[in-house]
Design a protein around this ligand. Structure first.
Ligand SMILES: Nc1ncnc2c1ncn2[C@@H]1O[C@H](COP(=O)(O)OP(=O)(O)OP(=O)(O)O)[C@@H](O)[C@H]1O
Length: 275
């Protein structure tokens, strides 16, 4: 990645580092008889990299889905910048400033890398169909700005040379990075990454850790779901641990590493045996 060191225009810089950006307050989410989230509460603070971990089926992706409007919570509340997200459609939530990537890459394969990012940037355009049909000046200005920003994002992610290649022809690692770039194009305050290192080799994982730190240094807040413990422990500021839909621990990486309940959850043994 030779062209990754330039900076791109930052997201809204942190107003007061450490204030609460998003909070889950006693959130329960049921699918019929399955309780995917059971009274989960935690905060994401502005400017931090928060890890969300737990064994398979713990409720991590459901948490993302509750935050991004894919599912409405059964009870409890999700708030962003102090306002409830209840009833908001996922597009409205994107506009408010929450973006995500998916476990399984969801790019538009027949579009170029650049076009994929432009789709993300479109989510923040203020002009509507009328302006776009009649190519009004404000719409044209937004289009130009969108192109400039998309190229800067490609550069930031080390993908400049891929701009005009179809997404489906990109190597796997570049597709993963493009997904992150597309999410950043929506100009989020909070970027949620769902297993971004899946399928990566150790060297790619190290590059990803570096990239996540650089993203945070640009002023974004990052929520990271990841199974690779070395990556999670190495890059996050704090970690929240779920098991069977419940929060079982929250703390600094070193605290989580030594927490008997967390060790038990991962080893599948009784907490007393793990301590
Ligand atoms: N749409 C759905 N309908 C029914 N049950 C669901 C649905 N989505 C998730 N679940 C259930 O909710 C629970 C939590 O699933 P979730 O995908 O959030 O876990 P996860 O921690 O992300 O797991 P993994 O690490 O395997 O991705 C699981 O029991 C899962 O089967």
């Amino acid at each position: 990645m030779s062209d990754t060191q330039t900076t791109q225009p930052a997201a809204t810089p942190p107003t007061a580092a450490g204030d609460v950006l998003l909070s889950l307050d006693d959130v329960t989410l049921r699918f019929g008889g399955v309780v995917a989230l059971d009274g989960v509460s935690f905060d994401i603070r502005r400017g931090e990299i928060l890890g969300l971990i737990g064994p398979n089926g713990a409720g991590k992706t459901t948490c993302f889905n509750a935050m991004t409007g894919v599912y409405q919570v059964t009870s409890g509340q999700v708030s962003f910048n102090g306002s409830s997200l209840a009833g908001l459609h996922k597009f409205a939530i994107t506009k408010l400033g929450i973006a995500r990537t998916f476990q399984n890459i969801r790019l538009f394969g027949n579009m170029t890398a650049l076009e994929n990012i432009l789709v993300g940037a479109d989510a923040q355009h203020s002009t509507g169909l009328f302006s776009s049909l009649f190519k009004l000046p404000k719409h044209r200005r937004e289009e130009t700005e969108g192109h400039d920003k998309a190229r800067e994002l490609l550069k930031f992610m080390g993908l400049s040379k891929r701009a005009d290649e179809l997404a489906r022809n990109l190597p796997y690692g570049d597709q993963r990075r493009l997904e992150i770039a597309r999410a950043l194009a929506t100009n989020p305050q909070l970027l949620c990454l769902d297993e971004p290192a899946a399928g990566f080799n150790p060297a790619e994982k190290r590059d990803l850790m570096d990239l996540i730190r650089r993203i945070r240094d640009q002023g974004y807040t990052v929520l990271l779901i990841e199974h690779d413990m070395r990556l999670v422990m190495g890059v996050t500021d704090r970690i929240v641990v779920l098991e069977f839909g419940r929060k079982i621990a929250e703390g600094l990486p070193a605290e989580i590493r030594d927490n008997p309940a967390v060790i038990a959850a991962y080893l599948g043994v009784d907490e007393e045996d793990a301590s």
